[in-house]
Design a binder for this molecule. Structure first.
Ligand code: G6P
Ligand code: MG
Length: 220
């Protein structure tokens, strides 16, 4: 009989967890912020982690003091950001998958734990294709499938449903505060990286993604 693992499913956030597209988001939003003469730095960028594109723009606009922007203009700005961001994604290749992420994926798969993506991004599938890991996942729930982005638990609940597992049997891996809050709201245990570890309910505060292997080690 195989070893009994603590979780039957792992739901990975994508940006900032399995790959480092977060710096591309930063660069693409910087261009928009400059255009609007809005202050934008790493701290503001951290508030955008896990948050949908339009909500991200609204958060950037909290520092905006210019002429009011129509909804059409906001959509235009978000579209421009996305075009710029997607250009950067097109430069990604399997060499952008870190050895660490690859090892974690291998470990999870080898131990018979199901794997899903739970990302707010509408570009998740493109990123997974670029880095060559789409086929490693049993389910992909992303920004195209949901109406409420993190901290709402919708994307994680959908991923668990796709894996046919209850939240109590899944572990969410997140780098965003909004994502860690979403995990808690959905009844999931959470392993945190970076900013996510500011959230009190995060069960496993990881220093690096590779530490996930210790968390997952079989129960004795
Ligand atoms: C991820 C990122 C966020 C981003 C969101 C939407 O959750 O952490 O920073 O705003 O996806 O991404 P999208 O690719 O749809 O603009
Ligand atoms: Mg993230």
């Amino acid at each position: 009989m195989g070893l009994i693992m603590k979780y039957k499913g792992i739901i990975f956030d994508l940006d900032g967890v399995l790959c480092h597209t977060d710096r591309f988001h930063y660069e693409a939003w910087s261009i928009i912020a400059d255009k609007l003469h809005v202050h934008f730095d790493e701290q503001v960028n951290n508030l955008l982690r896990g948050v949908s594109r339009m909500e991200s723009l609204d958060r950037i606009l909290r520092n905006y003091t210019g002429e009011p922007l129509s909804d059409e203009r906001k959509i235009e700005l978000a579209t421009e950001k996305n075009e710029n961001y997607r250009e950067k994604l097109m430069d990604m290749s399997p060499s952008d998958l870190s050895k660490e992420a690859e090892n974690v994926i291998d470990y999870v798969q080898k131990n018979g734990i199901k794997m899903a993506i739970g990302s707010s991004s509408k570009n998740a599938k493109l990123i997974l294709d670029r880095i060559g890991i789409t086929d490693r996942f049993d389910a992909i729930a992303d920004g195209n499938h949901i109406t409420h982005s993190k901290p709402d638990p919708e994307v994680f609940l959908l991923a668990a449903e796709m894996l046919k597992l209850p939240p109590s049997e899944c572990l969410v891996v997140e780098d965003a505060e909004a994502g860690a809050e979403a995990a808690e709201a959905g009844g999931f245990d959470c392993a945190g990286l970076g900013d996510a570890n500011n959230v009190e309910t995060v069960k496993y505060k990881l220093a690096a993604l590779g530490d996930l292997v210790d968390v997952l080690s079989p129960e004795v």
